[in-house]
Design a protein around this ligand. Structure first.
Ligand code: ATP
Length: 278
């Protein structure tokens, strides 16, 4: 009887196992108000320097736009920050303590670095809600995922994210039936459920309607402050609408940094980048 009770206790539907309780995010020391430190970073591909002694500091809670011509090194920089590419030299720290260069992609994600690629990759055959639920599961260990049952806190988190991305009314709609813009917001939401500290967002408004672009500007602006957002984008009107500080990359290095007005009046930037895109 005693053992039967033990089994019953184990099988209780409302039981929350310790390994299912979300791990708190590791502490990141931002006492100097800088979340991301990139110093003297160089990456070569067959002798070609995709990043060349790059230095970049992103403040905690900042919304930073990263611009530059094709091949300037923007994607390579994102790849290094997220652990996909190993640099030849340099350092990358999250806060003052976490050296990202000695961590795997999974460890970097666990530290709270989320990346959104240009093309949305949502689960088309699942509803918006299920997509968010699935990404919550995937942020856990496989064993935890097998036994996974959402608790009310996690429901609340998904409801909160649905509100932030403006898809509450679409939560039961199949993701495949969403517009291109809505899919992009859903994918941002899929990152937000695990509460990232740093969001790297690659060309979020490519292919969007003007209304979707405007909503994306509001969304990204609202995310900054509580979290840090780095946006890579070629659409200059969009960059102007969200940017406080812009970094221009050129041939793997920082060419200029400042407000959008500073950047648009910088002769070097006009020469190598804006001249062709304005
Ligand atoms: P875009 O705006 O077109 O995405 P980008 O600024 O993101 O450009 P990167 O993709 O970082 O630029 O590329 C920087 C340079 O490094 C380019 O010349 C590119 O061809 C080269 N490169 C990037 N990845 C590799 C690779 N795996 N092997 C060889 N060369 C590469």
């Amino acid at each position: 009887m005693q053992s039967l009770n033990k089994v019953r206790e184990f099988m209780r539907r409302d039981r929350v196992f310790d390994f299912l309780v979300p791990e708190p995010l590791p502490v990141v020391d931002v006492s100097h108000d800088v979340l991301l430190y990139v110093e003297s970073l160089s990456v070569s591909f067959d002798g070609f320097k995709a990043l060349n002694n790059l230095n970049l500091y992103i403040g905690d809670g900042e919304l930073r736009c990263l611009i530059g011509a094709n091949g300037a090194g923007k994607t390579t920089l994102m790849d290094v920050i997220t652990g996909k590419t190993r640099p030849d030299t340099g350092m990358v720290y999250l806060g003052q303590r976490h050296n990202l260069l000695d961590k795997t992609e999974a460890e970097i994600a666990t530290l709270g670095v989320g990346r959104k690629f240009q093309k949305p990759t949502v689960f088309q055959q699942h509803t918006v809600f299920e997509n968010l639920e699935l990404s919550l599961r995937m942020s856990k260990a496989i064993l935890a995922s097998i036994f996974y049952r959402m608790n009310s806190e996690q429901y609340d988190r998904i409801a909160e994210v649905l509100k932030i991305i403006g898809l509450t009314e679409h939560s039961h709609q199949l993701a495949g039936a969403l517009s291109h813009g809505q899919k992009q917001w859903l994918e941002i939401g899929m990152l937000l459920v695990s509460d990232p500290r740093l969001l790297l967002v690659d060309e979020p408004v490519a292919g969007m309607t003007p209304q979707e672009t405007e909503h994306t500007a509001e969304l990204l602006t609202s995310l900054a402050g509580e979290r840090t957002v780095v946006v890579v984008e070629h659409d200059m009107a969009f960059v102007r609408s969200i940017a406080k500080k812009v970094t221009v990359l050129h041939q793997g290095s920082v060419l200029a940094e400042g407000s959008m007005d500073d950047i648009q009046n910088n002769p070097d930037v006009i020469d190598v980048y804006l001249g062709e895109s304005q």
